[in-house]
Design a protein around this ligand. Structure first.
Ligand code: HEM
Length: 436
């Protein structure tokens, strides 16, 4: 079959609505143009969107070698300049080698090791909620998920130093929003990076001297074919990406999940009944086996992932020409798969705007009928390395909060999602807290 050239792919204009509702924008364009359309980046470069489960499979599995993370995440999204070259921005055999080193620390069986510290941090960080009466669960979740990532992945113990790391990361993430000029941005960036290095380098050097079995420990002990250890710059980049990816996305997803459950009392009652049945009124911390059995909660987590995916799209650079949807796409352009749109296609998810966690339960299992339809954690060989970690942590956090506190959405607040760059509640989510 003859394919049509790149310039005949429907051209759409960039729109600011992508920041607040990428799913709506993308689904409308998909309905109008089909699964492939193109636009221009702010710098005038060509960017092609491939939308829908088939497009996801194409980019994440079958044809993934034609797409570069380094060009997409690293260059287009600027991740390398800010955080260094970590797992997210690496390509090819070098990526696979580094991922192999880290993989053991992310296996589901390894989560047993992290659960006690997750429980401890969750308990400590929520202990004053009732006394405070009202909290922003988004800001609170960030403290918890950052403490957990810092201790579990790189062995930094909760305290003022970890608070300082968290604030630095947040400042880096939000830097673009608070500066008036490019010069101010680069000066701010250099200052924050220098501060981060000052804090991280001694930790890395200490870990070289006394390796442990957390991810940073595995990385300092790794050797390449020539027996070379990773450089300080490489270790800093991996640590940065793990700390950033390891908390930012879990923060918003936990907050949205709590919000959705509080908004849907009938489903919340089922989550609580499941907790009662599993924990039999005991205040003991759930074991990994218990967490795995929390299916009613798990379906709600998948529904929150579907409705409020923290990552809206996966950026790539096209490094080899390909054909998709009747068109030829040349090497050298940018490409995106759309997570947000895949989750809102009515032919895949019935009544997609409705909160309906049972869509993930047997016999419906809507996500299994169409492979690569639910892609909140990406998919294929480069699926999020932290998927087990995030799911266990979010379930532990939300289960604990619901078992110990009664939450009510505080009045007079506008709750809206904005992608900056991950999908978070713009003004937070304030909840009134009472003991159970
Ligand atoms: C709710 C929580 C999370 C969400 C929604 C999420 C989402 C994602 C997505 C969509 C990707 C793939 C991006 C692409 O295809 O371009 C990804 C990759 C990645 N994630 Fe996560 N993530 C989460 C939690 C975590 C955690 C807890 C960690 C680390 C502890 C982590 C570390 C990473 C890393 C290192 C990659 C790159 C993997 C590779 O390319 O080999 N993420 N994540």
């Amino acid at each position: 079959m003859n394919t049509r050239p790149f310039h005949e792919i429907p051209l759409v204009a960039p729109t600011e609505a992508m920041a607040t509702n990428p799913a709506r924008v993308m689904v409308e364009r998909y309905a109008q143009h089909g699964p492939i359309f193109r636009t221009k980046t702010m710098l005038g470069n060509d960017l092609v969107y491939l939308v829908g489960p088939e497009a996801n499979r194409f980019m994440l599995a079958g044809n993934r070698h034609k797409f570069s993370h380094r060009v997409g995440w690293g260059q287009l999204m600027g991740v390398i300049d800010v955080y260094g070259d970590g797992l997210l921005t690496m390509d090819g055999p070098r990526h696979d080698e580094h991922r192999r080193v880290m993989n053991p620390a992310f296996a589901i069986s390894y989560m047993d090791r992290y659960l006690p510290l997750m429980h401890r941090i969750i308990r400590e960080r929520t202990a004053d909620w009732v006394a405070r009466g009202e909290v922003d669960i988004y800001a609170e979740a960030r403290k918890i998920t950052f403490d957990v990532a810092a201790e579990a992945l790189v062995g930094f113990r909760t305290g003022p130093e970890v608070d300082q790391f968290r604030e630095l990361f947040f400042a880096l993430l939000m830097l673009g929003e608070h500066v008036a000029s490019e010069q101010e941005y680069f000066e701010g960036l250099a200052m924050l990076q220098a501060e981060l290095h000052r804090l991280l380098l001694p930790k890395i050097q200490a870990r070289r001297a006394h390796p442990t079995d957390d991810v940073l420990g595995l990385l300092v002990q790794a050797r390449d074919e020539d027996g070379q250890a990773l450089s300080d710059a490489q270790l800093i980049a991996h640590t940065n990406i793990l700390l950033l990816a390891g908390h930012e996305t879990s923060t918003s997803l936990s907050a949205w999940l709590l919000y959705l459950l509080v908004q849907h009392p009938a489903y919340l009652a089922r989550v609580l009944a499941e907790q009662d049945a599993l924990m039999r009124g005991s205040d003991a911390d759930p074991r990994l086996e218990d967490i795995k059995r929390m299916k009613v909660l798990e379906y709600a987590l998948s529904e929150a992932e579907r409705m409020f995916p923290p990552v809206a799209e996966g950026p790539r650079g096209v490094v080899a020409p390909f054909e998709f949807g009747g068109y030829t796409v040349p090497a050298g352009v940018y490409a995106m798969y759309s997570i947000a749109a895949s989750h809102m296609l009515p032919e895949v998810f019935a009544e997609p705007a409705r909160f309906d966690p049972d869509r993930f339960a047997p016999p419906r299992e809507e996500h299994k009928r169409t492979p690569y339809a639910l892609v909140g954690f990406g998919g294929g060989p480069r699926i999020c390395i932290g998927i087990n970690f995030a799911q266990v942590e979010i379930k532990a956090l939300v289960a604990y909060v619901l078992r110990h506190y009664r939450l009510e959405v505080a009045p007079v607040q506008q709750i809206m999602q904005v992608y900056r760059p991950t999908g978070s509640p713009l003004m937070g989510i304030r909840m009134r807290i009472a003991p159970c």
